[in-house]
Ligand binder design. Sequence first.
Ligand code: ZN
Length: 414
Amino acid sequence: MAQAGNSELVDAFTQFFESYYDTGIKELAKRYPNKQRSLHIDWEDIYRFDPDLADDFLNHPEPLQRYAEEALRLYDLPIDVSLGQTHVRVRNLPDTESPEICELRARDMNSLVQLRGIVIESTDVKPKVVDGAFECQLCGTLSRVPQSSSDLQEPHECQGCERKGPFRLNFDQSEFIDSQKIVIEDEATTSPEPPGSIEVELEDDITNEVSNGDFVDVTGVLRLADDNSGNTFETHLEGMSIELVDYDEREHWPTIEPTTDSEGFKMDLEAFVERSRRVLQSHEYLDETSAKAKIITPFIKLLGWNIYSTDVLMEYPRGDSDITDRVDYALIENGDLKVCIEAKRPTVNLDAKTGQLKRYMRLHRCNWGLLTNGDRYIILRDEKEFELDDIIREVDCELEHLVKRESALAPLRR
Ligand SMILES: [Zn+2]
């Protein structure tokens, strides 16, 4: 830590607050304690004020947060209010302190990091004791013990009779704080490692702010978990700040891995529809190659097909140069052609193209066909009659309505 005494650090934060957060603190004082109990600080502001102080905050977050909160308690306010239980919560750390969860290492322990991920689990908000009042069952004396770990810490001995209890926690005299645990997971990593996940502890006014599936930025202090087996430990994050990430800010689009259960398939289908809708909206013009890459190939993956295997062939059949009728995708199951897929660019009117797909289906003796431009999905079924008109339109729906027609997609799935 920089060579500075405790009071110098409190003074530094006082000056910082005067220069950068005076308005915010006066606003907080009006809203404290019921409507607001935290002062949210942008780390970049500390850096602009004093780079050394900002670095200290990254490397020694716990004492620095205490000094900042002490400076806030002593802050000169025009109204008579004490900000005694206010939290100083720092967010917006530099990229160097924002590893992917799977990249967290021992060197990150006890320092401030910012993690971005999807909330995959969250507990109910529960009261957690922060200051335990223990009543001696022998003499009735109350002994107070501040609580820091997840296990309840009892007094070593009674402050009255000096015996070792037994003690009972007195709820009325103890202090509690709202507490919640969530688990966040890397969304999609750029590192070769599998996505990591970590438990995050949230307290007081930052509990109950997010739900499962939310995409969040969390800053916090990386800690070893109390319970260990052998000489390795689990890690968790003591959450200091949590924010929802705007959908547009997401670096990665939702990844879709095929699932076999119907509930999972439906959720994946919803994600596919949402993502493809955004693809269509964000591109002024999509040619056929782009529509295949950005919408139709992902749709085939979603249906459970491994596009890297020989079960999925493109420009089928290959080889014979006399053949001019090739399907864009052939989906092959156990050696048999199961589905022919003809892809078009989104502006193409599909009604004029069903004849072409019907010919492919007859030519290759295939019972199922999909004609799509990414925006509209026509599924054809051959009734094995001799006339082309007996190939019927099983499904004809817009992208937006695919979820409602989920069960009708079953014949196309691997
Ligand atoms: Zn006692």
